[in-house]
Write a protein that binds this ligand. Structure first.
Ligand SMILES: Nc1ncnc2c1ncn2[C@@H]1O[C@H](COP(=O)(O)OP(=O)(O)OP(=O)(O)O)[C@@H](O)[C@H]1O
Length: 301
């Protein structure tokens, strides 16, 4: 569905190499997160796909069409939700969406537009001017705008930045529904829990290069060897009591708890060591790795 081969981008103005030899293959129906720190190169990649930035090297194929040689065809296949507000605020929502439909030669899609506005809680704003919308409404309007021509791939560049939690959840539901209906989705976000909740595949860009590209579950599994364990005792514990576990960095919490960082394969051994010392524990809590922890480990490597 989307093939990116050896794509590089150096901005002429400052000679910044924003993308270094990127290779990606996204198949139909995938829901992929594109993560990376500020300045990693995510927007550059999205802008290349949108046709707003020219790549320096490489090849991009969208639905089998070449991005530069068959621009019109590729534009029909993708819908892009940009990071920046990208419409004329002097038009009403309805006018903006009609204008957008016009670019694709679509005329009788009012019903579909109403459906989209309804799904994103914007139906009562049809007659409002773009400039009259709140920040969150503007972001949702960008999603509707990207979808009027029923693209097969939806690419969202930080769609939930500045959107309140409740509306963020409305967006999540909407994106899930789109994904279920077969849409291929690429989501750039700074909210890692968002990627964890929605996406199946995670791509991490760092300094213009892809440093991870894995199914989310595999990434979490590979990085989840080290776990944090909290053990509760029914008596007040002392750090000196745990010297025999010093290699696991014991820390006392709330007087009756000790927390340890361990390799999960060592858990049984450690519990046995504690029992051999006749230290009776009453509870045990294991904290699993979150995608955020994995992400931080990856970009710090
Ligand atoms: N038009 C431009 N001219 C020159 N340099 C640019 C231009 N756009 C981006 N850059 C540089 O390219 C690098 C990648 O920027 P990009 O906007 O792609 O990052 P990003 O991952 O989208 O960051 P963010 O999360 O902050 O949006 C940065 O060093 C940035 O300063």
């Amino acid at each position: 569905m989307l093939k990116i081969n050896n794509v590089s981008k150096t901005y002429l103005k400052n000679q910044k190499e924003a993308l270094k030899n990127i290779n990606l293959n996204i198949t139909k129906g995938e829901f992929t997160a594109l993560l990376g720190q500020n300045g990693a190169g995510k927007t550059t990649l999205i802008n290349i796909l949108a046709g707003n930035v020219k790549k320096t090297h490489g090849e991009v194929k969208i639905g089998g069409y070449d991005l530069e040689k068959q621009e019109l065809e590729t534009k029909k296949i993708i819908g892009i939700v940009p990071q920046e507000i990208s419409y004329d605020p002097a038009f009403t929502v309805e006018e903006l969406l009609k204008k957008q439909s016009g670019y694709f030669g679509l005329k009788n899609n009012n019903e579909y537009i109403d459906e989209l506005l309804e799904s994103l809680a914007l139906k009562d704003k049809k007659k409002a001017y773009g400039r009259e919308l709140s920040g969150g409404m503007k972001r949702r309007l960008l999603i509707v705008k990207a979808l009027v021509h029923k693209p097969e791939i939806l690419i969202l560049d930080e769609p939930t930045a500045g959107v309140d939690i409740e509306l963020r959840h409305t967006m999540y539901e909407f994106l899930r529904k789109l994904h279920k209906s077969g849409m291929t989705i690429i989501l750039t976000t700074h909210y890692i829990e968002e990627a964890e909740k929605l996406c199946k595949r995670v791509i991490v860009i760092n300094n213009g290069s892809i440093i991870a590209d894995e199914p989310k579950d595999k990434l979490l599994k590979d990085f989840s060897k080290e776990i944090k364990v909290e053990i509760d005792f029914d008596w007040e514990v002392n750090i000196a009591d745990f010297e025999f576990l010093s290699e696991y960095h014991p820390k006392i919490k709330d007087k009756r708890k000790v927390s340890l960082k361990i390799d999960k394969n060592d858990l049984t051994k450690i519990l046995e060591m504690i029992m051999q010392k006749n230290m009776k524990f009453v509870d045990l809590n294991i904290e699993k790795q979150k995608l955020e922890d994995v992400y931080l480990q990856l970009i710090r490597r």
